[in-house]
Design a protein around this ligand. Structure first.
Ligand code: SF4
Length: 289
């Protein structure tokens, strides 16, 4: 096997250590999965280019070592995200992007051997939400590759118009249109079925069934929908986006009553956003008209 390509993840991980990087990445070679050191190929090339091992001598650097380390960190990160999109996320969203990159550096890409994170990649031909902007080409984690685009997060060959449930898309790129004042003020009456689903979710949340990944956003949405009344066009658009990204959660064990682990955290979140009734409701609302 060619240099730095390993049949096992462990072999690549050991080499990563020697090179001074962490994690591994995989690729397909003649139908076989091979592993290489470092969490991305960019990181590998950088590690190789820098002479490899952390203990490669006492190279002097200009400027303070703190400054040079910070610059190295930023340069490294920019190889793993789309720089232009990354600069459009901030606050907790940026923190989440940084954290996810950190996890990949530590453990390797999601969806690779040994990873139990369910990524649910949807190829371009099946991604109905590409048209509204829920696609890899708008996701912070895509980068330009020689033969198209690549993803720093998941172990898949991706396409511009594909997507996965881990998509991180800066505000404004999911095209629900810029509402006019009249549209922004227009209200949509929450159906009873949506209200019931949200109330069910609230009960599950209070029983501690939402899981550690459940966010305040989900909790607030459940509260809003459980209260009934009307919601804005923006809320409907957010619900559409949520259901588009999380449809695959329905296939996981524990989503349906009677299954082991019911209600799964995915089911709790799904109902917090209005459940099946919510999805049916917002799908019928045409925000373009
Ligand atoms: S949507 Fe998913 S697969 Fe596509 S670039 Fe983002 S993280 Fe990668």
């Amino acid at each position: 096997m060619a240099k730095d390509k390993y049949a096992t993840k462990a072999g690549a991980a050991a080499r990563a250590k020697a090179l001074g990087c962490s994690g591994t990445h995989s690729m397909d070679e003649n139908g076989k999965t091979v592993y290489m050191p470092c969490s991305t190929h960019g990181a590998y090339q950088k590690a190789k280019g820098s002479g490899g091992s952390k203990s490669s001598g006492s190279t002097k650097s200009s400027g303070s070592s703190y400054e040079s380390k910070a610059n190295d960190k930023t340069a490294e990160l920019f190889k793993e995200v789309n720089q232009a999109l990354y600069t459009q996320v901030e606050g907790d969203e940026k923190a989440l992007v940084d954290a996810m990159i950190g996890v990949v550096r530590e453990y390797g890409k999601f969806g690779s051997e040994g990873s139990s994170v369910y990524v649910a990649y949807t190829p371009a031909a099946e991604n109905k939400d590409a048209a509204i902007g829920v696609k890899c080409g708008n996701c912070v984690f895509h980068f330009d590759a020689e033969d198209g685009i690549g993803c720093s997060l998941i172990a898949e060959d991706i396409e511009e118009n594909g997507n996965c449930r881990l998509a991180m898309i800066p505000p404004g790129l999911v095209s629900v249109g810029m509402p006019t004042v009249r549209e922004a003020q227009s209200k949509y009456k929450v159906p009873e079925g949506v209200q019931s689903a949200a109330k069910r979710a609230q009960k599950w949340i209070s029983e501690g069934k939402a899981g550690s990944g459940f966010t305040d956003v989900g909790s607030r949405r459940a509260g809003q929908l459980a209260a009934g009344g009307t919601v804005s066009r923006d809320t409907v658009a957010r619900m559409k986006s949520y259901f588009a990204r999380h449809n695959t959660d329905r296939k996981a064990e524990g989503f349906s009553s009677g299954e082991q682990g019911y209600p799964s955290p995915g089911r709790v979140a799904w109902d917090a956003w209005g459940g099946d009734a919510g999805r049916t409701w917002v799908t019928r609302i045409n925000l373009d008209s």
